[in-house]
Design a protein around this ligand. Structure first.
Ligand code: KIV
Ligand code: NA
Length: 278
């Protein structure tokens, strides 16, 4: 397999080849993404919830995201590695946004960064980061960092006015230079209508089958998320239950005295043992 490049993604879009993106937050999830042959890996700020236990994405820090991203980098060789700029790390100024993006590239080995929103602030940050030489992925529709302002974790673009605004935001991000845009939680008809307006690679999550690719959260698709999941999630494994079951059987063995068995114990020469015990 050849490493994913930005021209490679554009070529996949042109050839109508679906692009596969998944999140990862540590070395083993990165190895799973690598082994599965996905095209793009996102160190999402969803890690705030999936691996750090926060109830929203806003609490995760740059320092924490750097740790997660570095671990993912060490597990990947072929997928493009995109890292989310966490809430509070890019809103203040273009300079702040560039400084944060540079840290993810320099300290964690990110190939690109992603930030949320398609309004004037986000568009300005996108231009500044791209001017500094770092590719940027946009994200419109349901943007979890500002979910409170959007009325919660709910589908977006369900009125004509709201759908038009999402289309305009996506266009503005593309004009600012985003190589790709995530479209989250919008009716598939709205996504389909926006697609012809966009030259950038569109990755959908809860946006129907018509986008250039799909992204899902690692823990959601493998059944490792606590609580209910969104309508768009499809679960491909039940790893949460399998993990709990494994730990439970270990605990049972320890309590029953059946672990460790002889095969888990180290030998010692009888003469050495006798001398030790003497
Ligand atoms: O943080 C994340 O996991 C994301 C994807 C769902 C697009 O932003
Ligand atoms: Na995110």
């Amino acid at each position: 397999r050849r490493a994913t490049t930005l021209p490679g993604l554009a070529a996949m879009k042109a050839a109508d080849e679906k692009i596969v993106m998944v999140t990862a937050y540590d070395y083993p999830s990165a190895l799973a993404a690598e082994a599965a042959g996905v095209d793009v890996v996102l160190v999402g700020d969803s890690g705030a919830m999936t691996v750090l236990g926060h109830s929203s994405t806003v609490g995760v820090t740059v320092a924490e995201m750097l740790v997660l991203a570095g671990a993912v980098r060490r597990g990947l060789s072929t997928p493009l590695l995109v890292v989310d700029l966490p809430f509070g790390s890019y809103e203040t100024s273009d300079e702040q946004a560039v400084a944060t993006a540079v840290r993810f590239v320099k300290e964690a080995g990110a190939d690109a960064v992603k930030l949320e929103g398609g309004g004037a602030m986000s568009v300005s940050r996108v231009r500044a980061i791209i001017a500094a030489g770092i590719p940027v992925m946009g994200h419109v529709g349901l943007t979890p960092q500002t979910a409170t302002a959007l009325g919660g974790y709910r589908a977006q673009g369900r009125t004509a006015v709201a759908a038009r605004r999402i289309a305009q935001e996506a266009r503005a991000l593309e004009e600012a230079g985003c190589f790709s845009i995530v479209l989250e939680a919008v009716p598939s008809e709205v996504a389909d209508a926006i697609m012809p307006w966009l030259g950038a690679v569109v990755i959908g999550i809860g946006a129907g089958p018509g986008t250039d690719g799909q992204v899902l959260v690692f823990h959601d698709l493998l059944g490792m998320s606590s609580g209910g999941s969104a309508r768009f999630v499809k679960t491909y494994a039940d790893l949460g239950a399998q993990m709990a079951d494994g730990v439970r059987r270990y605990a049972d063995d320890v309590r029953a005295g059946t672990y460790p068995g002889p095969e888990h114990c180290y030998p010692i020469e009888p003469a050495e043992l006798a001398a030790f015990l003497a």
